[in-house]
Write a protein that binds this ligand. Structure first.
Ligand SMILES: Nc1nc2c(ncn2[C@@H]2O[C@H](COP(=O)(O)OP(=O)(O)OP(=O)(O)O)[C@@H](O)[C@H]2O)c(=O)[nH]1
Ligand SMILES: [Mg+2]
Length: 417
């Protein structure tokens, strides 16, 4: 199966349904099923609906005990995720697709000029110099190996390579280090205004919906507004916030919060911190102190130190990450405001140039707009229309049953002549 088709099947579900129908049809024609053929073919209306919206549940999706099957649940979740990434990456998608289409139209033949233009396009989209060089070198090799002459044929290879290049270090790097049966401590760091507090609210909502007991620590004591902001999130989501007054020692707030979380049997404690500029040594020292306090109170904690970066700041986000990485052990990135940029390539630059996994991405301002990062959902969001169009064209070029019948008829006709 082609890579585009695999992505389309996964995130729109349309073809999975078709596969199931084909399977049932096969069974029906081989006599293994007694389902009438008429009931196996969706009407035109149903087909176009499943293309646009995540699969709707019908009675047949529920088992005898009234529970939805794991396969159906996973299918629906994948479709929801696909829809979220597609919506959140709309600006980047318009940019990426338009540029790639222009490039393919302008340079029809695969040659050095095409690769140079592609390099330039990817660098402008914030993919990062080293990553672009690596990606385009691999494309050159692949084109040579497979003797690809037309740029059109490289379309799919480019998208596939983006996923490969992301995965090369470690397939499971996006997974959060959270375990049942212990207090998990997450520390949120980053410069001013990148979205730390908002992300904490969204994370609390997500973990609570998964059945975890979540608590928050108002470690940004720098301004009174910051404490209040976290409290408002706590009220909105329905989780407890441990705080002290403005100007208190953040390490003392976090220490209190850990004790409270232990006493109340919390599963996850998320600690907010003040937005600090990476070049302010005293603020960085304060952060180190907070980490020491956490580490002494809970073995191996903080289990995650998440660095929040604002995707709209482009290459500046990379230099922020480098500075934070130098002074504190960052275990993952939350890349916020991806919905606000047309240069979504920054995800790849962060991953490849810093070797820090992107764990979550912010795709909007709503509570459920923070999504776990995954390279396949990401490339689907970046190229969804192109992927869908290509698969549709591919399918329309495949001979249909009626074409085959017509051909048979023609062939029969010709033998009579
Ligand atoms: N569009 C969009 N806006 C976001 C996203 N994440 C955060 N924001 C907005 O970014 C702004 C700043 O968010 P905060 O959470 O206050 O940022 P902060 O890092 O805590 O800021 P300081 O506490 O001042 O350092 C708010 O207006 C958020 O709504 C996102 O993924 N998409
Ligand atoms: Mg804040």
């Amino acid at each position: 199966m082609s890579f585009f088709k695999k992505l389309k099947d996964k995130f729109t579900g349309q073809d999975k349904e078709k596969q199931e129908l084909d399977k049932l049809n096969d069974e029906a024609s081989s006599g293994e099923s007694d389902i009438e053929e008429d009931t196996l073919t969706p009407s035109k209306g149903e087909e176009s609906e499943s293309k646009e919206k995540p699969k709707k549940l019908s009675e047949a999706d529920f088992d005898d005990d009234g529970l939805i099957s794991i396969e159906d649940f996973e299918e629906i979740e994948a479709q929801k995720l696909g829809a979220k990434f597609k919506a959140g990456l709309e600006k980047s998608r318009q940019n990426f697709q338009e540029q790639l289409n222009n490039l393919i139209a302008r340079y029809r033949k695969v040659d050095e000029e095409f690769f140079e233009a592609l390099e330039e396009m990817l660098i402008t989209a914030d993919v990062g110099f080293n990553t672009v060089m690596e990606l385009v070198d691999e494309l050159r090799d692949e084109a040579r190996r497979r003797n690809i002459q037309e740029t059109e044929e490289l379309r799919e290879v480019i998208v596939e390579k983006i996923v490969e290049i992301y995965h090369q270090d470690d397939e499971n790097s996006e997974v959060m280090n959270l375990e049942d049966g212990r207090l998990n401590v997450i520390l949120m760091v980053g410069v001013n205004g990148v979205g730390k507090t908002t992300t904490i609210g969204k994370l609390a909502h997500r973990y609570q919906a998964e059945g975890k007991k979540v608590m928050l620590a108002a470690g940004d004591t720098f301004r009174a507004g910051a404490i209040r902001q976290l409290q408002v999130w706590g009220e909105r989501v329905g989780v407890e916030v441990v705080s002290q007054s403005e100007g208190s020692d953040p390490a003392a707030v976090v220490y209190d919060a850990i004790n409270a979380a232990k006493n109340k049997g919390a599963d996850i404690l998320i600690c907010d911190t003040a937005g600090r500029l990476q070049n302010k040594a005293n603020l960085m020292n304060e952060l180190e102190k907070v980490k020491r306090v956490i580490g002494r109170a809970v073995p191996d904690a903080p289990h995650e130190s998440l660095l929040c970066l604002d995707a709209t700041t482009g290459q500046n986000a990379l230099s922020q990450a480098r500075s934070f990485k130098d002074v504190t052990n960052v275990t993952g990135i939350v890349l916020t405001k991806l919905d606000g940029t047309a240069k979504g390539g920054i995800v790849l630059a962060i991953r490849n140039e810093l070797h820090i996994p992107v764990k979550y991405v912010g795709l909007g301002e709503k509570l459920d707009d923070l999504q776990p990062f995954n390279p396949e959902s990401y490339v689907y969001g970046l190229f969804a229309d192109m992927i869908e169009q290509n698969v549709d064209v591919e399918q329309s070029e495949e001979p249909s049953d009626s074409d085959l019948e017509n051909n048979d008829a023609k062939n029969e006709g010709s033998t009579h002549e």
